[in-house]
Ligand binder design. Structure first.
Ligand SMILES: [Zn+2]
Ligand SMILES: [Zn+2]
Length: 379
């Protein structure tokens, strides 16, 4: 990793030297026995907050921009407050799509960010994002540190093992410990469409004791294939996060079935992701126990959804009945806007213990389920 400034330890002592208010440091002093993961509802974008038992925080993406930025930034701040953190120690921006980086400018006005991690230059030019990357982003990271991630890099979060598995179109060359076996799903692989920036996604693997989670950003199937074929670079995980909102440009069997997640938590919107084909891939995945969805997806309908107790959010204007069949995919830019959900939003929270057990909680209805440690020899 190319780090430009101080390592974590000297930043901590710098707070002491500068005599910053004790309360600023005290928020980070939260210690616990669980790794807590908040999957925040940013309406079909991404914002996933990890808080280590040490109190250090890692945020992956900052939600949508434009008029949605205050809403999404506010929802991320609410999750951070719930976790007792007052700053973001590491921010991974997976790629330069508006549903992942759009909220950053707004979020940065509400919470300090120490370390900015990304894949490097934008490869899918657009007026809004190029302006942000030229004028605003450097001003944000010059107050902290900035790293252009490479596969294999570690992100220094005390108490966790955090590895970059993909970045800038490159994937991990050396298997993670325990991985490296031939992947039986490679033979039947069929690539799906690809967007240039999705393929640049910074993918992040997080291990806490026996617990493992993967957040591949919006990494498309072509890159899933490179990462997992012919030999898997990643072994079994407990929780699969992100899932590209549940769209078929990601979530091939070469990834999902080979890493055998026990739980998948999908960051879909009301009419983004949650696609039938992805639900089929998930529910036919060996060892899968539950899918949790950030939203009910109209594109899945009743046929391809999980029970409501596993769904964190609906729409503001809930109809009395929802169709069983999936709604047709919106075609192109002239599609009518999806149903609004600007009111109270709920996260899905994972609390993981170092023995590999973890509890998932739906903040809307309080439903939670504990998954006991998986015996290692069944992996
Ligand atoms: Zn996305
Ligand atoms: Zn994307």
């Amino acid at each position: 990793m190319r780090r430009r400034a101080m390592p974590a330890v000297s930043i901590l002592s710098a707070f002491a030297l500068l005599g910053l208010p004790a309360i600023f440091a005290a928020g980070q002093a939260r210690t616990g026995r669980t790794l807590d993961i908040y999957v925040v509802d940013v309406e079909g974008g991404n914002a996933t907050l990890f808080v280590a038992p040490s109190g250090e925080s890692l945020l992956i993406d900052t939600g949508n921009g434009g008029a949605a930025a205050p809403r999404d930034a506010g929802r991320i701040v609410a999750a951070a407050r719930d976790a007792g953190v007052t700053r973001i120690d590491h921010l991974v921006t997976t790629h330069w799509h508006g549903d992942h980086v759009g909220g950053l400018g707004e979020f940065a006005t509400r919470m300090p960010i120490r370390h900015f991690i990304d894949h490097g230059p934008n490869v899918q030019p657009g007026p809004g994002i190029d302006e942000f990357l030229r004028d605003a982003y450097p001003k944000l990271y010059e107050k902290g540190t900035h790293t252009v991630a490479k596969p294999g890099d570690s992100i220094a979060v005390a108490g966790l093992d955090v590895r970059v598995v993909s970045s800038a179109g490159q994937v991990l060359a050396t298997p993670l410990p325990g991985a490296g076996k031939p992947n039986p799903y490679c033979a039947a692989f069929k690539p799906t469409g690809n967007s240039a920036e999705d393929a640049q996604s910074v993918g992040t693997y997080v291990r806490y004791g026996q617990f493992r989670a993967l957040h591949p950003g919006d990494l498309p199937t072509t890159k899933e294939f490179e990462l997992m074929c012919p030999n898997s670079r990643i072994d079994a995980v407990d929780v699969l996060l992100g899932l590209h909102h549940g769209q078929d440009t990601s979530n091939s069997e070469v990834l999902v079935h080979a890493i055998r997640p026990r739980v998948a938590i999908m960051n879909n919107g009301t009419r983004k992701g949650g696609w039938p084909v992805v639900m089929k891939t998930l529910f036919s995945s060996p060892g899968l126990e539950d899918v949790w969805q950030i939203h009910f997806s109209l594109l899945g309908g009743q046929e391809y959804t999980v029970p409501g107790m596993f769904i964190a959010n609906g729409v503001d204007d809930q109809p009395a009945a929802l169709p069983i069949a999936p709604a047709p995919l919106p075609a192109g830019a002239n599609a009518p806007p999806p149903p609004a959900h600007d009111g109270q939003a709920y996260w899905i929270k994972v609390s993981a213990r170092d023995d590999g057990s973890f509890t998932v909680t739906n903040a809307r209805n309080g439903f939670s389920k504990t998954y006991e440690p998986r015996s290692r020899d069944r992996r």
